[in-house]
Design a protein around this ligand. Structure first.
Ligand code: SF4
Ligand code: SF4
Length: 164
């Protein structure tokens, strides 16, 4: 596996997208169900070579969905009322979900640290989803993520190479 890198990621993802989409289209049902084991292994491999602290591209370019439980937990941590937290930091997106008002995320600190890391939103903990179950269910989302996350990009490149 190539070491994940942010350099020219958008350009490389755009170049790779047609092949990535064709690979996904051709995946049989059987192969889709065998995807998790391979993706989880590649996830471990990629994150052993690359640290999110050298990246933070997700925190800089997309907002996680923020659920009620996240609001309560983070507001408590910041000693704010949930309503005040919502008013200060959140907006409702086109799908009706709460997201941060601004990107980069207001809790992203110098050195790419997250100032609320232990209390961060569930969506931040789950991103980039490469260690979740049933990865085949989010392959369309994974194509979008090849533009944002260098780890997802390299995992997809490896999957294409292996052709399962
Ligand atoms: S999850 Fe992906 S995009 Fe986010 S910081 Fe880590 S490597 Fe970068
Ligand atoms: S809450 Fe933390 S992990 Fe989540 S987007 Fe903001 S800085 Fe990144």
């Amino acid at each position: 596996m190539n070491k994940p890198a942010l350099h020219n990621l958008r350009q490389r993802a755009a170049q790779a997208e047609p092949e990535t989409r064709s690979f996904i289209r051709k995946l049989s049902k059987k192969k889709k169900h065998r995807l998790d084991e391979q993706v989880h292994e590649l996830h471990e491999q990629a994150f052993s070579q690359f640290s999110c602290l050298d990246c933070a591209n997700c925190c800089k370019s997309i907002s996680p969905i923020i659920y009620e439980r996240d609001i309560d937990r983070i507001a408590r941590h910041l000693q704010m009322k949930p309503s005040a937290f919502t008013e200060k930091y959140l907006k409702v997106d086109d799908e009706g979900d709460y997201v941060f008002r601004q990107t980069p995320c207001p809790f992203l600190m110098p050195g790419n640290y997250c100032s609320i890391y232990p209390k961060r939103p569930r969506s931040c903990r789950d991103y980039p989803h490469t260690n979740r179950k049933n990865y085949h269910q989010i392959l369309d989302l994974a194509v979008r993520d090849t533009y944002i996350c260098p780890v997802v990009f390299e995992i997809m490149e490896e999957l294409k190479k292996s052709q399962l």
